[in-house]
Design a protein around this ligand. Structure first.
Ligand code: IMP
Ligand code: MG
Length: 181
């Protein structure tokens, strides 16, 4: 699996020390507020687990599952929700946790659905990675682990065709493997 990685971008230790700082910021912001974290499956699993264990607040946790990729490396533009109902977030402060902000289509669709159907008090977005590129829709992340270039990355929850999620670090997938797996 490691042989498929062209270069490591963020080692496990680098990620965890960045999470210490991010968790501290989030803790300050939501102290005394009714916080619900919504983790976006499956990509945010590792990030969510490591981040939330660093936030000593009485938060609630829910997950939602969406499909937007359908196997390639480019978003298809269509976001499908894999459950019939969204978590109950009425009057709660919502923090959406996702792996990566790329085109913005996924997070935009999730925010919109939660806003319209959930009536939360506030919604903010936290991502491990943010690609520096033009978004297809205007969506801002309020908490960002790391900014990266417009490269296809895997590991620490991020996949290529459902592989590599269990790598403990984030790296760039060897170019020749895209389309070959
Ligand atoms: P969007 O293009 O911002 O809607 O991103 C949709 C989803 O595509 C993300 O939640 C990731 O699951 C996936 N994705 C985007 N860029 C990458 C990448 O570089 N590696 C792995 N998954 C990615
Ligand atoms: Mg994802």
């Amino acid at each position: 699996m490691q042989d498929d990685i062209e270069k490591t971008l963020f080692h496990a230790t680098t990620i965890l020390s960045r999470l210490d700082a991010l968790a501290q910021e989030i803790t300050e912001e939501y102290r005394g507020k009714e916080l619900t974290v919504i983790a976006v499956l499956n990509g945010s699993l590792m990030f969510m687990a490591d981040l939330l264990r660093r936030i000593p607040l009485p938060l609630k946790l829910d997950c939602i599952s969406v499909a937007s990729y359908h196997g390639g490396t480019e978003s298809t533009g269509k976001v499908t929700f894999n459950q019939l109902t969204i978590p109950d977030v009425a009057d709660r402060h919502v923090l959406i946790v996702d792996d990566i902000l790329d085109s913005g289509l996924t997070l935009d669709a999730i925010c919109e659905k939660l806003r319209v159907e959930g009536k939360p008090r506030s919604i903010k977005i936290c991502v491990l990675l943010r690609k520096i590129k033009a978004r297809r829709v205007p969506v801002e992340a309020h908490y960002v682990g790391f900014d990266i270039g417009d490269e296809f990355v895997v590991g620490y929850g991020l996949d290529y065709q459902e592989r590599y999620r269990n790598l403990p670090f984030v790296g760039v997938l060897r170019h020749e493997l895209i389309g070959a797996l």
